[in-house]
Design a protein around this ligand. Structure first.
Ligand code: FAD
Length: 385
């Protein structure tokens, strides 16, 4: 692919947030855009459940019909043993938007990349942004291609959509304010051939954290534990033999649900699932979006939805910025921070619904709401596992 050495907008990261920003910018402007993605969508990616309302975002991005033709599994709601040992049901049947989806995440992210490329937007894969500078009112972005080749590209505006590491924002002195730190340890299973997929997400609270199971396309099941990092380290839950022992002895529903399925060797993954927000979400001709701006606990099942919504809002602000309305970046920052505070309130409410383990540090820690004021005076995220 021929890449120019000058762009109006460079987007770092080709995940849901970066792709939504690119698609929306392309619809509403004539700006010259480049998306840079360090991977090539060949490896397993975390996060698979999206709510029914996501269809509205696909329609806004003009990719709804194409999304449907990829045949992701419908998700009809959830069953949860949360606050009581018996399962309660939350059925999407009553939702006017219809059902949600359990995605093949790899295929979904690749699909978004193809949609961006189909619009004629320049898209580099296997290319990492490793340095950036600012000279003569332009960003100088240094990139390294997988084969080791490096070069520099100039851009008037930069979007940091690089996910949880917020690569560009951090280099521009933005700090993470962490409200909560947890880990999520996921294993993947292969269902028996011809067994019917369960179209409900299954959630189960335990004293030390909560589990979920979701049936995915291609006969797979994702089973995950979200708990404190210290608990996971102490009991070495990142080893499958310890993980499965814990699952077997502490859950009533999840273990039963995947008992006859086969563990996919070496599929266990550990991810940080912090709730955090940047103190500075936009700066001098740049902004951060998606997980680069703020991250949610997976209990919200809202990370992908949030990445798409904030990507769409980011694109609108950038168009206004290029029209001379510089305040648009401040407004975007306010919107993301307000969404983050709203999310924190909902999250606290959810954890308050579970009162069976009054002395459990895991539950006690998450049952008081502290409004984030957007200033980095709290703990800085520790990104080591
Ligand atoms: C265990 C787990 C379970 C989850 N479950 C759900 C769920 O069920 N539902 C849900 O909605 N959300 C879930 N999430 C959250 C969801 O996956 C994220 O919120 C979502 O992927 C955010 O999208 P994004 O585009 O902001 O970031 P990402 O998807 O992280 O994309 C960022 C991209 O930037 C690229 N990149 C990074 N650095 C550079 C660089 N220097 N140069 C070039 N490219 C770079 C990365 O390769 C990546 O492709 C889960 C997350 C985890 C960890």
């Amino acid at each position: 692919m021929n890449v120019s050495n000058k762009y109006d907008v460079i987007i770092i990261g080709g995940g849901p947030a970066g792709c939504a920003t690119a698609l929306m910018l392309n619809r509403h402007s004539n700006l010259n855009i480049l998306v840079i993605e360090k991977g090539h969508y060949a490896t397993q990616r975390a996060g698979e459940s999206i709510p029914p309302d996501t269809r509205l975002l696909f329609k806004q991005l003009h990719i709804w019909e194409e999304f449907l033709s990829d045949n992701h599994d419908p998700c009809l709601g959830s069953r949860s043993a949360w606050g009581m040992p018996e399962l309660g049901y939350n059925d999407f049947m009553l939702n006017p938007m219809g059902h949600g989806w359990h995605l093949n995440r790899q295929k979904f992210d690749q699909f978004l990349c193809h949609q961006v490329q189909a619009c004629g937007i320049d898209f580099l894969q296997d290319t990492k942004v490793y340095k950036s500078g600012f000279k003569n009112k332009k960003h100088q972005i240094s990139i390294k291609v997988k084969n080791g080749f490096t070069f520099q590209i100039e851009s008037s505006f930069v979007v940091d959509a690089s996910g949880i590491n917020s690569t560009f924002a951090k280099r521009n002195n933005s700090k993470k304010i962490t409200d909560d730190e947890m880990v999520c340890i996921t294993s993947f299973y292969q269902r028996r051939k011809n067994s019917l997929p369960d179209k409900l997400t299954l959630l189960e609270a335990t004293e030390y954290g909560w589990w979920y199971a979701a049936h995915l396309p291609e006969n797979r099941i994702a089973v995950a534990l979200t708990c404190d990092k210290s608990f996971s380290k102490f009991y070495k839950i990142n080893q499958h033999k310890n993980w499965i022992k814990l699952l077997k002895h502490t859950t009533k529903n999840i273990y039963k649900n995947m008992q006859s399925s086969q563990y996919i060797q070496n599929s266990i993954r550990i991810n940080l699932v912090n709730s955090c927000v940047l103190d500075k979400i936009a700066g001098q001709s740049w902004l951060a979006t998606g997980d680069a701006a703020c991250t949610f606990d997976p209990i919200s099942a809202g990370g992908i939805y949030k990445a798409l919504t904030h990507g769409i809002s980011a694109a609108k602000s950038i168009c206004q910025y290029f029209d001379g309305k510089v305040m648009s970046l401040n407004n975007y920052e306010k919107l993301v921070k307000s969404d983050f505070n709203y999310y924190l309130q909902n999250k606290t409410h959810l954890y308050q619904l579970e009162n069976r383990w009054q002395n459990s540090p895991f539950w006690k820690h998450r049952q008081t709401y502290k409004k984030s004021d957007g200033v980095a005076h709290r703990q800085i995220a520790d990104l080591t596992l």
